[in-house]
Ligand binder design. Structure first.
Ligand code: TRP
Length: 334
């Protein structure tokens, strides 16, 4: 220990993470457990902010954890747990909610986007207070850094504001967390519409490569990815968004720079390039898929891993909440 603490969360909102999640978050989480004191959370309570089915949520919480383990998170090197198994998240969220202005919460652009989609009358209060629960996640563990994508910058700013406000009003309690913006390989776009982000909520199945797709399915999806007019494999965001997206994926998975890859396929045409990329993605995901399947085949063992993670997380969160209660004028819990 002694190393900087990172905390991050991911929602269990699909039956598989996709390539964008993998490159933009999961893989980088795995790397960070080597250099940081890392705590990772499957934020299943955040997944309740939109209409959901209980059995599906339960399954997806497990599947998400299994994939994270399959991708290389190691309970010996990090803490991995499910948010709902640590009750302090909801407790701190209440305290922070009482420090958040209504107007302040109302300025969160993700809430505006998400509530506009379903019609704002349909949006839950939980969706509105989502960023406050996220702040509680982070502040409970006194995280120094929070690895997230660019789209989470505003939520991180709110977490910082709430930490500072609490400290100022009630005495030094929270570390003020810094964003650790994950590298822009998260800019992976939809294979069928390379101008749109690869997204579980808006992309069609053919536009997404899932971490748990079978190798054949992966090869086929890449082979059928929309490419652009012409034949030359070259990065050009405006003229060739499809090819550029595929080059980025290739680069992220191989570690070679985009220009180098483009140069080596310059004259071979799209077909060979896509075939090789299909192999590369399928080969990267196959072992993760197999390890995930092993975890899912033994739900009791998986639940035990999560329970152990939650116990370790609680040792930290309980301490923080005890201080919080004392500072803000609440007696100890029974
Ligand atoms: N809102 C985050 C996202 O959509 C997920 C999240 C919830 C999170 N709690 C967190 C991320 C705490 C980092 C830290 O990506």
């Amino acid at each position: 220990m002694g190393s900087r603490r990172v905390f991050s969360g991911i929602q269990p909102t699909a039956d598989s993470f996709h390539l964008g999640n993998y490159l933009g978050a999961v893989r980088q989480w795995v790397d960070l457990q080597e250099s940081r004191d890392a705590i990772y959370c499957v934020v299943n309570m955040h997944a309740m902010t939109v209409p959901y089915d209980p059995l599906t949520l339960r399954r997806r919480t497990r599947v998400a954890a299994a994939q994270l383990l399959g991708a290389g998170l190691d309970p010996e090197r990090c803490i991995l747990f499910a948010q709902s198994q640590v009750p302090e998240h909801a407790q701190l969220s209440w305290v922070l909610g009482c420090l958040t202005g209504f107007g302040e919460a109302n300025r969160m652009t993700q809430f505006k986007d998400k509530s506009a989609r379903g019609g704002s009358e349909q949006a839950s209060v939980g969706l509105f207070t989502y960023p406050i629960l996220q702040a509680a996640d982070i502040l409970l563990y006194q995280a120094d850094e929070v690895p997230v994508g660019e789209d989470q910058r505003q939520h991180l700013e709110l977490s910082r504001t709430l930490a500072q406000r609490f400290n100022h009003r009630f005495g030094q309690t929270f570390v003020v967390p810094a964003p650790y913006i994950l590298s822009a390989v998260s800019k992976i776009t939809d294979l069928q519409d390379p101008t749109a982000k690869m997204s579980k909520s808006s992309s069609p199945p053919q536009g997404i490569v899932d971490l748990l797709d079978e190798p054949d399915v992966i090869r086929r999806k890449i082979a059928r990815a929309v490419t652009d007019a012409g034949t030359e494999v070259r990065a050009d965001e405006d003229a060739k968004p499809g090819v550029t997206n595929l080059l980025r994926i290739y680069s992220a998975l191989s570690g070679s720079p985009v220009e180098e890859i483009a140069a080596s396929y310059a004259t071979s045409g799209y077909g060979t390039f896509k075939k090789d990329l299909g192999e590369l993605v399928a080969d990267t995901f196959a072992p993760i898929r197999e390890r995930t399947a092993k975890y899912l085949a033994d739900p009791d063992a998986l639940d035990a891993v999560l329970m152990d993670g939650a116990r370790r997380a609680r040792q930290i969160s309980r301490e923080t909440m005890a201080v919080v209660r004392a500072r803000c004028g609440l007696p100890p819990v029974a």
